[in-house]
Structure formats: structure tokens, C-alpha cells
Ligand binder design. Structure first.
Ligand SMILES: Nc1ncnc2c1ncn2[C@@H]1O[C@H](COP(=O)(O)OP(=O)(O)OP(=O)(O)O)[C@@H](O)[C@H]1O
Length: 364
């Protein structure tokens, strides 16, 4: 069992709270991604687990072994933790073949030659690189080098796998392929994994659960679909996927789980589902995904029809990306047909919007 427990992890650099009271339980065999904008504390959290950096407060344990406990003064050095670390730079030895690179951690651990050869072959087969065993790193593509780096980590059977933006050095096409390959490998490996990225497609497609971080804290933890469909706050809604925000005012009290009656800045009215109770007169922010916003036609199901002004239109291959102004808020939607004229009649489903209390502090 290699479950990972992080409790109350805090790391400060002078006045900066790089990580602030982060608690996370990763189950044995679970693949969890830390996702968030640059500087939100992802790498600092990972470094604290690997032992590359000593946190100020908190506790970290893997499979019952305490790696770090600030209160009890416990701090295991990285080599005693046995974490498998892979970074974005593969750092393969240029003068060693693929097989020698992969076998190197076992040489350091004084594993007997026959056993070493067997394990190198096994792990190269796992990452589908057995045909390249005799090649040197400069004879491989970036994606292949990253597979070798992963094999070099897997060969010593780490208790947990820590991957810090492993695909970010690859170009877009290669990255797509590497992501699919990594997805297939993770289902075979079933190794407890923490994956750090700021690429939301990687996070959503690879993970059992996603941890969204903001300013050193955890903003939300959940399975990919939950994070996308039920973001906890405007920050998560804005960071994951594309979200259109519209400020509004409540016209009447609404109970949790009820239908809210709302008014926009220009006096237009609409309805939306509200998870939480809210009072008449309070300010709220509505969040809509582009897939929930459609041109209004006579046959639309339950929803609100609103007047908007077209501000831009661009053909993006198969679709038109349309910029709209709704009561002073910029919106973006995708349409199959190019919209005509200056006005656009927009349909917003009652159940499609997410209602957050207060005014959202998100960039337009
Ligand atoms: N050695 C250091 N000295 C001072 N500040 C640091 C140090 N390492 C990290 N920080 C700061 O701590 C915060 C968190 O950094 P961290 O590297 O964990 O972010 P990140 O989410 O991994 O970012 P990125 O996606 O850019 O790698 C940032 O504000 C960063 O500037």
C-alpha cells in the first residue's frame, strides 16, 4: 500500500506563502494532478513530498512511512524516500545508451548484472522502447527521451511517482501523442502518482482527481468532470475551460436548489438555477460555458432569450467564434453558421448557468 497523506503543509519564502495549509490524501494507485497557474505552489508541494525541499509546517507520510513531520522534527532525505521523480528536462546521460541510462539507478544500488538486465528489458518493454536499447539519447526524439527518463525512474520500483510537467518540453503534436501514451501506461502501472501541470487537458484527461491550486492553497479537489461541471468558485470556473461571466442582481429571495429570478445591468431579465439560498437585491455572478450558449430559435427548450450585440466574428475551422456584448459583459460563443447583422438573440438554458454569490474578480 502506497497511499500518500499530506496534512497542513506550509512553506514560506520570506513574505511569500508558496504553500499554505495544503492537505491531500492520495489513495494507493490513484493518479492525482496538481493544476493551477504559474506560481500557485504546485512544484513546491511536489518538492516537499520528494524531500528536495523542507517545508515549514505539516506532515507527509507514504504507505505508513513518515517522510516529514515538522512537529516531531522528522525529515527523511530524498534518497530514503524512494520517490520516482520525472521533470520536464529529461537529463539523460549523453554518453550512455538507452539501456545504460535506464540501468544506472540499479548500478548505483549495486543490483547484480543478470537481475539488472532483466529489469531494464522489462521496463523498456513497458514504455515501448525496447527496440531503442542500444541508441544514444541524441538519436531519439523528445518524446522518446521522455519515455526513457520515465523508464529510468520506474526501474527502481518507486513507492510513488512524482511527475513535474513531464510533457511540457514537447511540441503540441508530440505532446498529444505522449499524453495518450501516458494515459494508457498509467492504467497498466496503477502506481500512486502526483502529476504537476498547468495544462488543463492533461489534467482532465489523465487524472482520477484534480487538485486546483490558487495562491498556495487548494481551491478545489474532485474528479475531472465534477471540477469542470461544478466549479467551487469563479477562479476554478475561469481556470478550467472557457467561462463567460455575467454580473446580475437577484429580484427575489431564492432557496438552495431553486430557480433564481435575475436582472442584468441593462434591465433584461433571466432565470438560473441556484445551488445556495440567496436574498433579493444581492449581487451575483453567472458563469456559462460556451457549449451552454446558443443562438435563440423558436424551438429552444426552457431558457432565457436575451438581446446581445455582436462585437467580433472569426472563422476558426468548422466553426465561427463570436464575440458578444451582453449588458456590458463580453461573451464568447461558438456557432456553426456565421451570425449576420449587429444584433444577436442569445439563448441561455435555466439549468446551464452556475450562480456564484458576489461580484467575480476575474479578467474579462
Ligand atoms: N527558492 C525560492 N525562493 C523564493 N521564492 C520561491 C522559491 N521557490 C518558489 N518560490 C515562490 O513560491 C511560489 C510557488 O512557486 P512554485 O514553483 O511552487 O509554483 P508552481 O505552481 O510550480 O509554478 P510553475 O507552474 O511556474 O512552475 C511562487 O510565488 C514562487 O515565486
Amino acid at each position: 500500500m502506497a497511499e500518500l497523506l499530506i496534512e497542513g503543509l506550509t512553506k514560506r519564502y520570506g513574505a511569500i506563502n508558496a504553500v499554505e495549509d495544503v492537505s491531500l490524501h492520495v489513495a494507493d494507485g490513484e493518479f492525482v494532478t496538481l493544476l493551477g497557474p504559474s506560481g500557485c505552489g504546485k512544484s513546491t508541494t511536489l518538492a516537499a513530498v520528494a524531500g528536495l525541499d523542507r517545508a515549514d509546517q505539516g506532515r507527509i507520510a507514504v504507505g505508513g512511512t513518515v517522510y516529514f513531520d515538522a512537529a516531531r522534527g522528522i525529515y527523511l532525505p530524498p534518497e530514503a524516500r524512494g520517490c520516482g521523480l520525472v521533470f520536464q528536462s529529461y537529463a539523460l546521460w549523453p554518453h550512455m545508451t538507452v539501456a545504460e541510462n535506464v540501468g544506472f539507478p540499479l548500478t548505483l544500488r549495486k543490483v547484480a548484472r543478470a537481475e539488472l538486465r532483466r529489469r531494464v528489458e522489462e521496463v523498456l518493454a513497458l514504455v515501448e522502447m525496447e527496440r531503442f536499447a542500444a541508441r544514444y539519447p541524441h538519436e531519439l526524439s523528445g518524446g522518446q527521451q521522455q519515455r526513457v527518463a520515465l523508464a529510468r525512474t520506474l526501474v527502481y520500483q518507486p513507492a510513488i511517482l512524482l511527475l513535474d510537467e513531464p510533457l511540457s518540453n514537447l511540441d503540441a503534436k508530440l505532446r498529444d501523442r505522449a499524453r495518450a501514451w501516458l494515459g494508457a501506461l498509467r492504467t497498466r502501472l496503477k502506481l500512486t502518482t502526483i502529476y504537476v501541470t498547468h495544462d488543463q487537458i492533461e489534467a482532465l484527461s489523465l487524472s482520477d482527481r484534480v487538485v486546483v491550486m490558487n495562491g498556495g492553497r487548494i481551491a478545489q479537489i474532485g474528479p475531472p468532470q465534477e471540477i469542470y461541471e461544478h466549479p467551487a468558485d469563479p477562479f476554478v470556473a475561469d481556470f478550467i475551460g472557457t467561462t463567460n461571466f455575467v454580473p446580475a442582481r437577484l429580484l427575489a429571495d431564492v432557496a438552495g436548489g431553486g430557480r433564481a429570478q435575475l436582472e442584468l445591468a441593462d434591465g433584461q431579465r433571466l432565470e438560473a438555477h441556484s445551488e445556495r439560498p440567496a436574498r433579493a437585491g444581492s449581487r451575483v455572478t453567472l458563469a456559462y460555458r460556451p457549449e451552454h450558449m446558443l443562438p435563440a430559435t423558436a424551438a429552444m427548450p426552457e431558457g432565457s432569450v436575451l438581446r446581445t450585440r455582436i462585437t467580433s466574428r472569426a472563422y476558426v475551422g468548422g466553426l465561427w467564434q463570436v464575440g458578444l456584448d451582453l449588458a456590458g459583459s463580453p461573451l464568447r460563443l461558438e456557432a456553426r453558421q456565421p451570425p449576420m447583422g449587429d444584433e444577436f438573440s442569445l439563448w441561455l438554458p435555466h439549468a446551464g448557468g452556475i450562480l456564484f454569490p458576489g461580484a467575480a474578480d476575474v479578467a474579462a
